[in-house]
Design a protein around this ligand. Sequence first.
Ligand SMILES: [Zn+2]
Length: 310
Amino acid sequence: VTGKIRLGDVDIFRIEELRHDTGHPRHILAGFGQAEWDRHTRLIPAWDWNERHSSTCMSHQTWVLRSAGKTILIDTSVGNSKPRPAVPPIDNLESSYLDQLGAVGVGPSDVDLVISTHIHVDHVGWNTRLVDGTWVPTFPNARYVLPRPDVVFWDPANDDRFARRGNASMENVFADSVAPVIEAGQAVVWDDEYEIDENITLVARPGHTPGNSIVKLTSAGEQAAFIGDMLHFPVQIAVPSWNTCWCEDPKSASASRVKTLTWAADEGVLLFLAHFGGDHAAEVSRSGSTFDIAAWRPLADSEDVRTAHP
Ligand SMILES: [Zn+2]
């Protein structure tokens, strides 16, 4: 049971692995101001806010696409049995992710492509699974498409080349979730722009991480984009200067956010986020440099989906 929508010739499913509280926004959003937050309560939907704990909430999910005869996963969430000492909500998680994929008809061997919008702990987890004490690719027939600047940035071999903000949360991640797919010969590493098929192209939008990217979808007159962590919370649409504490290069992260929102508003591009909860995508509008949500588009193309309540 999951959100589903068809855009042009592409079917899109949402697989949510988990949702958890992430604390008061002042701990997450750089430059956070309570007055500004309060001005935009309309952009703080119920799935994004736990009133009882005055806490933001985040979903971790994968977008499953059927495009040009292929099965494609965009970001692989957290994964099972992974030691994440600095991130308690996802430390040694055991989820029903593979069963959820199965429920939309996708078995591990059916996956043709795994796209990572960027390399972060909660985007590459199901790249691998533990079999007899060894991390092996979860999807044996897939190519894993990874942005080169992130592969270089997070490789422990380059520890002395980079001062990284995310070192603590990224402990073990390269070794258990990235290196095994490279060693298996299943990785495709790209720069700048990479065409997946006639509907889908990857484009670099650095800042959140050096290799941060978006997935553009154009099919039969429909335009959408899977923009990963360009936004963690809808309120950042109104205040795009608010980066999260997880953005490696705040200045470029903010510039990439404004560039992406401007493009989406001007071209009518439907936006799918990695961490928004609820079964819907976002249509954005702008007036000059002020952005807003024009509408939430429900992912309700099938009869058995949850009703969307933004
Ligand atoms: Zn993320």
